[in-house]
Write a protein that binds this ligand. Sequence first.
Ligand code: HEM
Length: 136
Amino acid sequence: MADKEFTLSDVSEHTTKKDLFMVVHDKVYNVSGFVDEHPGGEEVMLDVGGQDATEAFEDVGHSDEAREILEGLLVGTLKRGANDPPAPAAAKSSNSYTKTQDNAAGLGIGAYAMILIGGAAAYFAYQYMQQQNAQS
Ligand code: HEM
């Protein structure tokens, strides 16, 4: 069922709360069962129902958990016709947001490593000096 192909006009026929489809990154999702549970409210889901919701979905910077839920709602792929608008550009806001977090974490680990290495170097230098003093 998940490899079924839909056109944008097929998707646009599912716009009610009980029968709601949306497109995210050229995949078609049946979100009817999830509308009531959506933490962002049903209003926004109904707004993009039957349409390409890629930008709306990415603009919010949804979590990985949200993406997992999305996978469970997959019903098929979008077949773009010659007259259809092109696919929106690949994820931007949410990705750069996660990347910033990754970088911050990376820096954090780097900083800890510096402190550890610096501490160890100071310790050995101190030991060395003690030895020198003891010899003289
Ligand atoms: C099937 C598609 C969608 C799924 C599975 C989904 C799932 C979720 C989940 C799990 C959250 C909680 C926060 C997080 O984990 O990121 C969330 C929050 C939110 N979603 Fe969605 N979402 C979908 C579509 C949309 C769309 C199309 C819009 C918008 C226009 C939207 C707007 C929001 C907003 C504004 C929040 C933040 C709510 C808050 O923090 O108060 N979502 N969504």
